[in-house]
Design a protein around this ligand. Structure first.
Ligand code: PLP
Length: 414
């Protein structure tokens, strides 16, 4: 039976161990770097659930991807291929490494990064690809991995919106070289904020773990939950602890405690969203001016949200949204703007000294972030409607009803 809470009480009830684990951390108290080991337990449990060798917690799904780029050796002069519709974080992390985000266009039916467009954008400077499992659906990973192997590129799956999605029988996030998940508040499982990286590679796990916490020399791939050198080593004034440039992306134990409890009920949390999405699909079905995100055969969408393309010359995005609200529904979300048309990108408000595009170490063709770069993305972005899938039952039912009435209105049946 799908878990689908009927009330806010049921949604928030301490159904599993979340409250217990948080209490455990509070009862343990604050002792500098020692902890009740919740980050370690979360890392081990997450790695087991996804069937991978390593999981490394972070304090956001942005820090995770930054650490992955560091572990992959991405830096000044490199290009990284990213999709144009997603949270800007996917592009920002590339710029954080003073590397150049290069935009590949989308498939107009799945809204996912298009492998053929990735291939067109490969240059001698391409070092990595970040395919995003947008809205909970995987891009065509077989094709993307084939391109990556051909050109010796690192693949970092951005699975912030995709927990337990499947690609041809495999869990999304277990196909690329590394994968990044976000525990931000809107995600399938959350700790308010947070994130995690998974990988099978010892080299990448070590690189990510070190980037995550000040590049400490004692940290190994398998140091689950370790964020400081051992006390006896640390106490030595001669101890050289920093191997390289490092960041601080530690996940607090309190947040890890909440995430650990959520992980234990992840199947329910994902199944719930999929059930809510199925309700929208029923309402949308048969109305050809509304095109839901296409789920190719063999894939399972984790439905972070249910996304529909408004395919009409007569009805505008705002008209449809306003009608849904008029009929008692909740306002629907539009998609993010195409990232490269955000002012920060279009006006290259990055380091103020021309980097990364005009960095002397960059020998490629400077990217011009202007309209025309990705025609499919620019065409669909203003027409996407993102329906929330984390609704308790009565809210979802109200939303279905309002959507059905809005559709009937525009089809002249109301
Ligand atoms: C696709 C995608 N990537 C990255 C992020 C960044 O994650 P965080 O907010 O945890 O930093 C988000 C959302 O927040 C996202 O949706």
């Amino acid at each position: 039976m799908t878990w689908w809470p009927a009330s806010d009480e049921e949604l928030n009830a301490p159904r599993t161990n979340e409250y217990e684990y948080v209490k455990e951390v509070l009862d343990f108290g604050w002792h500098n770097t020692s902890s009740p080991g919740v980050n370690m337990r979360l890392e081990l449990a997450f790695a087991e659930r996804f069937g991978v060798n390593y999981a490394i917690t972070h304090n956001s799904g942005t820090g995770t991807m930054h650490s992955c780029l560091i572990a992959a050796g991405v830096g000044p002069g490199d290009e990284v291929i990213v999709p144009p519709i997603t949270a800007a974080a996917t592009s920002y992390v590339v710029i954080h490494q003073n590397a150049v985000p290069v935009y590949a266009d989308l498939d107009p039916r799945t809204f996912e990064i298009d492998a053929a467009s990735i291939r067109e954008h490969i240059t001698p400077y391409t070092k990595a690809i970040i395919p995003v499992a947008l809205y909970g659906l995987s891009p065509d990973m077989d094709e993307i991995m084939a391109i990556a192997r051909e050109h010796n590129l690192v693949v970092i799956e951005d699975c912030a919106q995709c927990f337990l999605g499947e690609y041809k029988g495999r869990l999304v996030g277990t196909i690329g070289d590394m994968a990044s998940f976000s525990f931000q508040g809107s995600k399938h499982m959350t700790s308010g904020d947070g994130g995690i990286v998974i990988t099978d590679s010892e080299r990448y796990a070590k690189g990510v773990r070190q980037a995550m916490v000040f590049a400490y020399s004692t940290i190994e791939a398998a140091s689950a939950g370790t964020t400081a050198p051992p006390k006896e080593v640390r106490q030595d004034p001669g101890f050289a602890r920093h191997l390289a440039l490092g960041w601080n992306y530690r996940l607090p134990e309190l947040a890890a405690a909440s995430a650990l409890g959520q992980l234990e009920r992840l199947d329910d949390l994902v199944g719930w969203r999929q059930a809510v999405a199925a309700g929208y699909a029923e309402v949308i079905q048969g109305h050809d001016w509304l095109a839901p995100q296409l789920v190719p055969k063999g894939l399972v969408n984790a439905y972070w949200c249910y996304t529909v393309l408004l395919d009409s010359d007569e009805i505008t995005w705002h008209q449809l949204r306003d009608k849904i609200v008029e009929f008692g529904g909740e306002p629907v979300y539009g998609s993010w703007r195409v990232t490269y048309l955000e002012p920060a990108f279009a006006e290259e408000r990055f380091y103020g000294k021309g980097c990364p595009n005009y960095c002397p170490l960059y020998k490629g063709t400077p990217q011009r972030y202007a309209p025309g770069l990705c025609p499919v993305a620019e065409s669909i972005q203003p027409r996407l409607l993102q329906f929330r899938t984390n609704y308790i039952r009565p809210r979802a039912e109200r939303q279905y009803e309002a959507l059905a009435k809005a559709i009937a209105f525009f089809e002249g049946k109301a």
